[in-house]
Design a protein. Structure first.
Length: 126
C-alpha cells in the first residue's frame, strides 16, 4: 500500500503543486502517509478504484482532503461495480403486495383510526 500512497501523493503534487504541499504543512509526512495508507487500505487490492478517484481530481480546483478522497474512491468503487453489472446496481427489487382487498381495506381503516386518535390527543393537549 505504501507504493500506492506514494504514487497518489506524487500525482497530486504534480497536479496541484504548492496547494497540495501547503495543505499538509505542519503535518509529519510519515504520519500523513501512514494515515492515508490505513484509511485507503480497503482499496489495496483494487488499484482501479484509486486510479478512477485520482482521475476525478482533474476536475477539482483544490486537492481533496483524506475524507474527500475516500468519498471519491467510494463513488469510483460504485461506478466500477455498476459498469461490471451492466449498469444495474443494485438490481431493482419489486415486492408484491400479497394482501387481499379486505386486508388492505382493514389496514387503511386502522391507519385512519390511529391518525384520528393522534389528532384528538393533540387537540386535548392544546
Amino acid at each position: 500500500m505504501e507504493e500506492i500512497i506514494a504514487a497518489v501523493f506524487a500525482e497530486m503534487s504534480a497536479l496541484y503543486g504548492k496547494k497540495f504541499a501547503d495543505q499538509w504543512s505542519g503535518v509529519d509526512p510519515e504520519t500523513l502517509k501512514y494515515v492515508w495508507s490505513d484509511k485507503l487500505s480497503r482499496y489495496a487490492n483494487r488499484p482501479e478504484v484509486i486510479r478512477k478517484a485520482l482521475n476525478k481530481c482533474d476536475n477539482l480546483p483544490w486537492p481533496p482532503t483524506l475524507p474527500e478522497f475516500i468519498g471519491l474512491c467510494s463513488e469510483s468503487s460504485i461506478e466500477i461495480a455498476q459498469s461490471q453489472a451492466g449498469g444495474i446496481w443494485p438490481p431493482p427489487r419489486v415486492l408484491a403486495d400479497t394482501r387481499t382487498d379486505e386486508e388492505k381495506e382493514a389496514h387503511n381503516k386502522r391507519q385512519a383510526e390511529l391518525i384520528d386518535s393522534l389528532l384528538q390527543k393533540m387537540k386535548m393537549k392544546q
